[in-house]
Design a protein around this ligand. Structure first.
Ligand code: ADP
Ligand code: MG
Length: 333
């Protein structure tokens, strides 16, 4: 990290000093930044030592859509992301929205900084999570989804890259949780043995990235958005089940944190698509041998191909495995 580094994006942003790039997406760069004391809206930022600024380049966004019609849509896309993010921000488990700026070449979405970064990075670091740590993470994800679904909004991009966390200083369970399948002797010699730990490191978990989110139901009328009377049956059906895509996403994340690899994978996209459409996944040996039936049951109820039978958010929040005991006690929070 070079404090004197000047980012080109900085020249069009007055209120925040960009410090370092901390993330990247298809059309965005995310920076850790500090609010400038002279900023016009500084009263909004005073409680933030650091923020995360998601910078979307208009050029990159536009060159992905050739015709001018979709140029308008790409601006609308950003405004929609901002509107939805604003709308869902008031939850402990959703990354807080702070402010939005547009300049000549960029859009800037200012957010609360989650210093731990992506849950994805913790999976890489630990290989997989203990059941307690998995529960700690997934329960907070479920609370974020509960909040969004209650507002009639579906996230549609739930994955470990979009789950961020605040680190905790202490590691309450320094003893690694070993599973039979880990055979520390051989694996340590190979230098790849990184045991899942009991629950340290990860504090508050928050859901980020509303770039694909969609308002499905109006909260006032409890009806699907759009003109109901003229909607085709397959659309009505799709709308009814659209919340369930997030439940599938939670299932994929739960599976992945428990064992360290995703439920569906193939190098060939068409084969992968086929596996997903059939809901073909297995509790692969030996990695799943030590994992409880309760955890496996929760995964099955989430990765159910038929959306009508798949857990909804309230059913998942009542799942016995998710409620086995209060994991926040375990973390000393
Ligand atoms: P995209 O829509 O391009 O995927 P995201 O909003 O997901 O953009 O941000 C990209 C990455 O930047 C995230 O995966 C994460 O690593 C990082 N990031 C985004 N927002 C924050 C934040 N508030 N705090 C910390 N890191 C963040
Ligand atoms: Mg993302």
């Amino acid at each position: 990290e070079d404090p004197e580094e000047i980012f080109p994006e900085q020249t069009e942003l007055e209120d925040f000093k960009l410090i370092a790039k901390i993330g990247e997406g298809a059309f965005s760069k995310v920076f850790r930044a500090i609010p400038e004391p002279h900023a016009a809206n500084s009263f909004l930022y005073r409680s933030f030592h650091h923020v995360a600024v998601k910078v979307i380049s208009k050029h990159d966004l536009n060159s992905s859509h050739k015709d001018s019609k979709s140029k308008a849509t790409s601006k609308e896309q950003v405004l929609k992301e901002v509107a939805i993010h604003r709308n869902v921000s008031a939850s402990e488990n959703v990354v807080a929205f702070v402010d939005f700026h547009e300049s000549e070449h960029y859009y800037f979405i200012v957010q609360e900084l989650l210093a731990g970064g992506e849950i994805f990075g913790e999976i890489v670091r630990l290989t997989y999570f203990s059941e307690d740590l998995s529960r700690h993470v997934i329960r907070q994800l479920a609370l974020a989804v509960k909040h969004m679904h209650a507002l009639g909004i579906v996230h549609r991009d739930i994955k470990p890259e979009n789950l961020l966390f605040e680190p905790v200083e202490f590691e309450p369970s320094p003893t690694p949780v070993l599973r039979k399948s880990d055979d520390p002797k051989t694996k340590q010699d190979e230098g790849v043995f990184k045991p899942g730990i009991g629950g340290g490191g990860i504090g508050v978990v928050k859901l980020a990235d509303f770039g694909l989110s969609k308002q499905i139901y109006s909260t006032n009328t409890k009806t699907p958005c759009g003109t109901v009377g003229y909607t085709a049956p397959e659309v009505v059906k799709d709308e009814r089940y659209s919340m369930k895509v997030d439940m599938w996403g939670i299932g994929c994340v739960l599976y992945t944190v428990l064992c360290g690899f995703p439920p569906f994978y193939d190098e060939k996209v068409d084969i992968l698509t086929e596996k997903i459409s059939k809901g073909e996944f297995t509790f692969l040996r030996p990695w799943w041998d030590e994992i409880s039936d309760g955890a496996k049951n929760a995964v099955k109820k989430l990765l159910e191909v038929n959306p009508a039978k798949r857990y909804d958010i309230d059913e998942f929040l009542a799942d016995p495995w998710l409620n086995q005991y209060d994991c926040t006690k375990h973390l000393g929070l």
